[in-house]
Design a binder for this molecule. Structure first.
Ligand code: SMG
Ligand code: MG
Length: 369
């Protein structure tokens, strides 16, 4: 496979409803897509960086900059022809994992389409369908939250994740348990909003039989999570902290995490994501697939990943309608609380050209030297 370059494209996608977390409120997603163009089929990648560096240090404008200035030129110089070679060529550059992941995903898609193999099979898929969880934002009131959860349960979601922050934690969890009972799978995500000084407050969540508490403490505070894990009985699950298979192994060994949220963008790509799955599985640590409000492209790849055998908990893998009135691919539609793993070549889906053009705000073709 010989690559000619990458088409970078920013799309603006309005959310069906505002999504509030401990770090901010999203109403529209500004997403950077990359298309690998060469002598074979095009390949699509999606960069999960947000507009602002609030979830992680990465952000969309920086992703465009680092791709144009450093990453794509390095791929040109290396003369890469496979996704594995992308990771190796980009290794010297520190960080910028979401940008690296997007480029690797595009090349991987192109490569697999050429060879007529599906991403799911390539990664080691062990299921035809995956169960869907949904991430529910912070709401203005408990009744509004209960309405939202009621709606998602009605649609068939099999697991609910509540976003929490200081001042919105025990009360919403208690209200959801009281209204919907002990039968529903329930977990919470703090996006780093607490410190160890909040241990007593977080321990109050132990009364509600939660699957896990996701990323209560800052990204760098691995030891803090290990200490917290000793003092609360709810399993601790790291998200932001886990940036590679190496960090995953360290966090497991230190007792900082007993469940892992795997997001390919956060860790530099689907190949590194699979390594984390393998490391966790070898340690008997369950994993689940996180979400970054992806379009149908990233969603397709996440569904494929979530079908690996170590993904034993439902992920933030939801239907297109969770976030979009109109997705840029054929919409992902849930049946029975599940999504079907795509089996076509590569991602198994591609953007619908008309919809893509309508939401595009900027494009640039960056040749490979
Ligand atoms: O794509 O379903 C989704 C979003 C899931 O809550 C979600 N993601 O920390 O896990 C997380 C957040 C990160 C994005 S918040 C804007
Ligand atoms: Mg999270």
């Amino acid at each position: 496979m010989k690559l000619a370059g990458f088409e970078l494209r920013r799309v603006a996608m309005p959310l069906v409803a505002p999504f509030r977390t401990s770090f901010g409120t999203e109403t529209e997603r500004d997403i950077l897509l990359v298309k690998a163009v060469g002598d074979g089929p095009d390949g699509w990648g999606e960069c999960v960086a947000m507009s602002d560096p609030l979830y992680s240090s990465e952000y969309v404008a920086a992703a465009v900059d680092v791709m144009c200035r450093f990453l794509i030129p390095a791929l040109g110089q290396a003369g890469i022809g496979s996704a594995v070679a992308v990771g190796e060529a980009l290794e010297p550059f520190k960080g910028h994992r979401m940008s690296k992941a997007a480029l690797e995903m595009a090349v991987l898609d192109a490569e697999l389409r050429l060879e007529e193999r599906s991403l799911a099979r390539e990664l080691g898929s062990a299921a035809d369908r995956v169960p869907c969880g949904v991430s529910v934002g912070i709401h203005d009131s408990i009744p509004a939250l209960l309405d939202a959860v009621d709606g998602y349960l009605g649609q068939g979601y099999v697991r609910i994740k509540l976003k929490i922050e200081p001042g919105w934690d025990v009360e919403p969890v208690a209200a959801v348990r009281e209204r919907f009972g002990d039968g529903i799978l329930l977990q919470v995500d703090a996006n780093t909003a607490y410190t160890l000084a909040d241990t007593r407050q977080l321990a109050k969540l132990d009364a509600f039989d939660l699957l896990l508490i996701e990323q209560p403490l800052p990204e760098d505070d691995i030891l803090g999570h290990a200490e917290l894990a000793q003092r609360v009985s709810t399993p601790i699950c790291l998200d932001e902290s886990i940036t590679s298979a190496q960090v995953a192994a360290a966090a497991i060994t230190l007792g900082a995490t007993s469940v892992i949220n795997i997001k390919p963008g956060r860790v530099g790509g689907y190949l590194e994501a699979r390594k984390i799955h393998d490391v966790a599985r070898a340690h008997g640590v369950p994993v689940w697939c996180g979400g970054m409000l992806e379009t149908g492209l990233g969603r397709a790849a996440n569904i494929a990943l979530a079908s690996l055998p170590g993904f034993t908990l439902p992920g933030d893998v939801s239907a297109s309608s969770r976030f979009w009135a109109r997705d840029i691919t054929e919409p992902w539609v849930m049946a029975d609380g599940r999504l079907t793993v795509p089996q076509g070549p590569g991602l198994g889906v591609a953007p619908l050209p008309d919809v893509l053009d309508e939401v595009t705000t900027w494009t640039q073709f960056v040749p490979l030297a």
